[in-house]
Design a binder for this molecule. Structure first.
Ligand SMILES: [Zn+2]
Length: 159
């Protein structure tokens, strides 16, 4: 709480031009409300320990959204079991993710949400057809959403 209080004071001073920053500083207020785990992934570019994420063995039909900005990143029909311990997909939803850096040595690239720039996970070229890509995504970067029509379908099939 104390940190938040001080932070507001700094912002206040900046707004009143009492402090003139030497460089243009970018403060993303939306990042400050994240809990440590989500912050560590989204900003710190952390990877969860394999097989610990809630979506690595998740098999329901629906949509995987960005945890932070809720845009659609992946559809459940592009998810597959890669046995890597991460939620794995072979294709992303159009205009949703972008590659930020490539680690040639480790043969993967880092991925972030195109909309809010949160870190998501990694992409490598050893996936299944038709794309031969493998997206290894942190469960903590995702939010699962099941559209109503699919929910009704699965309820009917259970009856
Ligand atoms: Zn996002």
């Amino acid at each position: 709480m104390k940190i938040k209080f001080l932070f507001n004071k700094i912002l206040d001073a900046l707004n009143k031009n009492l402090i003139k920053p030497q460089k243009k500083i970018e403060i993303r207020l939306d990042r400050l409300s994240m809990d440590p785990h989500h912050y560590w992934i989204a900003v710190g570019k952390g990877m969860e320990r394999p097989f610990t994420g809630e979506f690595c063995n998740h098999e329901q039909q629906g949509v995987y959204q960005c945890y932070h900005c809720k845009i659609t990143l992946f559809q459940s029909d592009t998810k597959y079991q890669a046995q890597t311990g991460y939620a794995s997909f072979f294709q992303h939803h159009k205009n949703s993710v972008k590659i930020i850096e490539t680690k040639e040595k480790f043969r993967y690239s880092a991925l972030q949400c195109m909309n809010c720039q949160s870190y998501l996970g990694q992409i490598s070229k050893d996936g299944p057809p038709p794309t031969f890509l493998r997206y290894s995504i942190n469960s903590g970067a995702l939010k699962f959403y099941q559209p109503k029509s699919i929910k009704q379908l699965s309820q009917q099939s259970q009856q």
